[in-house]
Every structure is written in structure tokens, then in C-alpha cells.
Design a protein around this ligand. Structure first.
Ligand code: HEC
Length: 135
């Protein structure tokens, strides 16, 4: 058999390169089409999974505020727990009434606690029960 001339050799290589290129492009298009195919929802004939009965119960930790009873306790619990816990208040030293009034007013004037003026004095009364001391 006669040897292939350089021209025939180049042509064969060209055919091979073009074939490989065509295969690569076709594969890429096919993969792309598969990727974009919308996913089918799971068949609706599947029966719901029955969970076996269990004797386990989840008991969530309970940490109720430890607030002593006293007049206007509710107002305090509602108004003074919006931004911080009651613990912050309960951990303060025992203050005289004037100091508590200043603190409560600071909560309103500086931090924007939504309190009516009457609430301020009621809450100070409760704070005196909770953490008050005589002047
Ligand atoms: C609008 C938010 C807000 C509300 C409502 C609020 N506080 Fe505060 N309170 C703050 C912020 C902010 C601080 C400062 C916290 C810090 O320094 O870590 C603070 C701190 C305190 C402190 C610590 C001492 C001090 O002077 O900083 C006390 C006591 C206190 N608040 C009591 C109260 C009481 C009583 C009420 C209910 C009348 C109240 N807070 C309602 C925002 C609020």
C-alpha cells in the first residue's frame, strides 16, 4: 500500500479533530438540556410515612422570671422586658425610690421605653417592692 501523502495525512487529522469537536459540542448541549429540565414532583401515590408511637416527650426548659409578688408586677413584667430580661433589673443593688425613678425615666427618655407617665410611678412602686431601700 502506498504511503499517505502529507496532504492526505493532514486531511485525516482534520477530520478527526472536527469529529471530536462535534462530539464534544453535542455532549455539552445534551448535558445542558438535561440540567435545565424541570424536576418532576415526587409521585403522589406514595403513602405517608407512619411514625411508630414513641414514649419520648420533649420538655422545653422553662425559665420563668422570678418576680416577687407586689402591686403593679404586671406592668413591670410587660413594660420592662421588651429590651432586656428582668434579670438585669433583679441583679441591681437595692436602690432608694429616687434612684429607681431616675432609672425608669432614663429607660423612657434615653432608650425609648413606651411608657405612659402614670406607668412610670407604678413601676417605680413595684421596683421598691422588688429592689427598694429607704432613702
Ligand atoms: C426600649 C428598650 C428598653 C426598655 C423598654 C427598658 N429598658 Fe432598661 N435598659 C435598656 C438599655 C439599652 C439598657 C442598657 C443596657 C446595657 O447597658 O447593657 C438598660 C438598662 C437597664 C438597667 C441597668 C442599669 C442602667 O441604668 O443601665 C436597669 C435597672 C433597667 N434597664 C431597668 C428597666 C426597667 C425598670 C424598665 C421598665 C420600665 C426598663 N428597663 C425598660 C433598654 C430598655
Amino acid at each position: 500500500m502506498a504511503e499517505a501523502s502529507p496532504i492526505q495525512h493532514r486531511t485525516r487529522r482534520g477530520v478527526l479533530v472536527w469529529t471530536l469537536l462535534a462530539v464534544a459540542v453535542t455532549t455539552a448541549i445534551a448535558f445542558d438540556a438535561l440540567r435545565d429540565r424541570p424536576r418532576l414532583p415526587p409521585p403522589e401515590t406514595e403513602a405517608p410515612v407512619e411514625m411508630p408511637p414513641t414514649d419520648r416527650a420533649f420538655v422545653l426548659p422553662s425559665d420563668p422570671p422570678d418576680l416577687p409578688l407586689g402591686p403593679h408586677r404586671e406592668e413591670f413584667a410587660v413594660s420592662c422586658t421588651i429590651c432586656h430580661s428582668t434579670r438585669l433589673v433583679a441583679n441591681q443593688p437595692h436602690f432608694p425610690q429616687k434612684k429607681w425613678a431616675e432609672i425608669v425615666h432614663k429607660m423612657v427618655a434615653v432608650y425609648g421605653a413606651p411608657l405612659a407617665p402614670d406607668d412610670e410611678s407604678r413601676i417605680v412602686e413595684y421596683l421598691m417592692t422588688m429592689r427598694g431601700r429607704p432613702e
